[in-house]
Design a protein around this ligand. Structure first.
Ligand code: PLP
Length: 244
């Protein structure tokens, strides 16, 4: 049973890696430029361990406390393996402390309140020896201004980035994250994201990451400069319907 699952994951992972490499080539980018973050939310620790055995070292999770428990389990089961996990989904301030214990980066920062909560939480985790590096922050940009789906409008990026900088030591501004709006042509959405990113990097040259692209639109995202694609379904299979 479990070997079947490993074979299934191995084959889907190989296909996803090829898609990323093909897109890098098509965009004239260096192979390996783009990080493939495997999104394992809703899937068990055993799947994460299969993926580790297949060479994956970067994971995305989006639900706390499920994520924290799963990561702790995998770290206990694979004590010799160093891997990273990022928080990619919307989060509440009260989850900041638990996330600061396991996440390398948070992709979904979209408010001043959340920056303050994460800054305080990351500092406490550093003080308590629960982490050794600052927590990476990507500001989530809303491409359509829909508050339901989260994200900052471009005009608000500067103010929030300043607050991240005020927590230097605890937080590190890495860049931006986008989710293409459902009704928009992904090509258009990613072109829009690229423009916002170019203007943002002009002000924040150290924050060049662009987390963009998922199972359905990673090619368009890579064509427009994504540095990190977050791929769930194409590797893991369909999630239960209650997906966030
Ligand atoms: C679940 C999720 C993904 C993965 O989406 P797929 O379409 O399954 O690849 C990417 N980004 C975020 C923020 C997610 O919550």
């Amino acid at each position: 049973m479990s070997d079947d699952r490993r074979d299934e994951l191995a084959s889907a992972l190989a296909t996803a890696r090829e898609r990323v490499a093909d897109a890098e080539r098509a965009a004239g980018r260096t192979e390996g430029d783009v990080t493939l973050l495997v999104v394992t939310k809703f899937f068990p620790a055993s799947d994460v361990e299969h993926l580790i055995d297949l060479g994956v070292r970067e994971f995305g999770e989006s639900r706390e406390p499920e994520a924290g428990r799963k990561i702790a389990q995998v770290r206990a089961d694979r004590p010799d393996v160093v891997f990273d996990a990022d928080m990619i989904g919307r989060l509440q301030r009260k989850k900041a402390r638990s996330i600061s214990r396991w996440a390398k980066r948070v992709h979904s920062v979209d408010s001043l309140d959340l920056v303050e909560a994460l800054g305080g939480a990351a500092q406490r985790s550093l003080d308590d020896g629960e982490r050794t590096d600052p927590l990476g922050v990507l500001l989530q940009v809303s491409l359509d201004g829909d508050p339901e789906r989260g994200g900052l409008v471009e005009a608000d990026l500067r103010g929030v980035a300043e607050r991240v900088a005020a927590h230097s030591g605890a937080l590190r501004l890495d860049g931006l994250m986008v989710i293409a709006p459902l009704e928009t042509d992904p090509e258009e959405a990613m072109a829009q994201a690229a423009g916002i990113r170019e203007r943002f990097v002009a002000d924040h040259p150290g924050a060049r990451e662009l987390s963009a692209g998922m199972s359905g639109d990673l090619e368009q995202a890579i064509a427009h400069g994504s540095t990190c694609v977050r791929v769930g379904t194409a590797i893991m299979g369909a999630r239960p319907l209650l997906s966030p």
